[in-house]
Ligand binder design. Structure first.
Ligand code: 8YV
Length: 337
């Protein structure tokens, strides 16, 4: 008798033509509408399958996998994996994968664009124009912060941080960075980036961009104290995870004029946005779209599918998923909502 086909759950609608590749190997249950699954619904879904394809909305910790006796692999679409309690998965022998690499340049493009939009007040200027307020020349209207020739600070210097640093070269910016570990000399030279401690980064950056992974260790890394250490008139851009910033402290810094502007693509309680930030005119707000080019989002789903097929022992790379997650030293203390 033929071996039964493994069962797979796809938690959100993704790209049908790419997800269809799973049908060659597995019995696939698809969710047809974007869903904020309750933890109990995730637990029930995982309890019935061998593998799952999930996104950052799907938070999977000990409670969700406790009854998932057949679950062998969770493939997450995205490079950040704070939605997964990797230790809990690994403790049960479940392979966890993410999608690094394929979104690096697209996300770096967006991070740079968001920093520029905040500094040069692009969305504020557009809202002003659309509101019919442009009645004539105002030489002093909508004056922004300079970008070329200034100092860019990057907190978190992985692939995406390095991509942003390389873009900054074209704008004649000095690049400072801080990271858990210092980069090798050849990478620093390639990025024309100088390693500094965190306080120096805060004090010297005209534009600070956050690109570090979110974990308990980095929760509210930008709090009232860090904001007070930033250069007066600087900008702050976050394309990583909302929980890196104490949003009330940021609203104070923006409202009080301590910071010139902020660009935020991610929010602590997303999709809800702190109403104080919504009320600030000097913050550019986007709905977690830094990796959202069509080609990149397709590449992310394709890599997640490849990971799942291989992790469940099928296809040419059976048993060797291309991008498994190796837990960082502080994994397992991720904050799950
Ligand atoms: C994705 C992201 O949109 O990759 C990440 O970590 O935040 C975004 O690129 C998201 O993860 C999709 O699940």
């Amino acid at each position: 008798m033929a071996e039964p086909r493994p069962k797979v759950w796809v938690s959100q609608p993704l790209f049908d033509d790419i997800v269809a590749q799973l049908d060659a190997w597995f019995d696939v249950t698809r969710v047809s509408e974007i869903s904020d699954h309750a933890p109990s619904a995730i637990a029930a879904a995982l309890g019935a399958v061998d593998g799952a394809l999930v996104t950052l909305n799907d938070r999977i910790g000990e409670a969700e996998v406790a009854g998932a006796t057949h679950l062998r692999a969770v493939a997450s679409v995205g490079v950040g994996y704070d939605n997964l309690d990797v230790d809990a998965l690994h403790a049960r022998g479940i392979v966890a994968t993410n999608t690094p690499g394929v979104l690096t340049e697209t996300t770096a493009d967006f991070g740079f664009a968001l920093m520029m939009a905040a500094a040069r007040r692009i969305t504020e200027a557009e809202h002003w124009l659309r509101a019919g307020q442009w009645q004539g020349w105002g030489f002093h209207k909508l004056l922004g912060a300079e970008i070329h020739g200034t100092t860019l600070g990057i907190l978190g210097m992985g692939r995406i941080g390095q991509g942003i640093a390389r873009r900054a070269r074209g704008f004649g910016m000095r690049v400072l960075y801080h990271n858990r570990s210092r980069l090798p000399g050849d990478v620093e030279r390639d990025c024309a980036a100088t390693y500094v401690d965190r306080d120096t980064l805060l004090a010297r950056s005209d534009h600070l961009v956050l690109v570090l992974p979110y974990s308990a260790a980095s929760h509210h890394v930008i709090d009232a104290d860090a904001l007070a250490r930033m250069k007066p008139g600087a900008t702050l851009t976050n394309i990583a995870r909302g929980g890196l910033i104490d949003e009330d402290a940021l609203a104070d810094a923006l409202g009080g004029g301590r910071l010139a502007a902020a660009g935020l693509d991610v929010f602590e309680g997303e999709p809800a946005v702190n109403p104080r930030l919504l009320a600030c005119r000097n913050v550019v707000l986007t709905p977690h779209v830094a990796s959202a080019s069509l080609a990149t989002r397709r590449a992310m789903v394709a890599l997640a599918v490849e990971n799942l097929v291989a992790a469940l022992g099928r296809g040419p790379d059976a048993g060797r998923p291309p991008t498994p997650i190796a837990p960082p030293p502080d994994a397992g203390r991720h904050r799950l909502r």
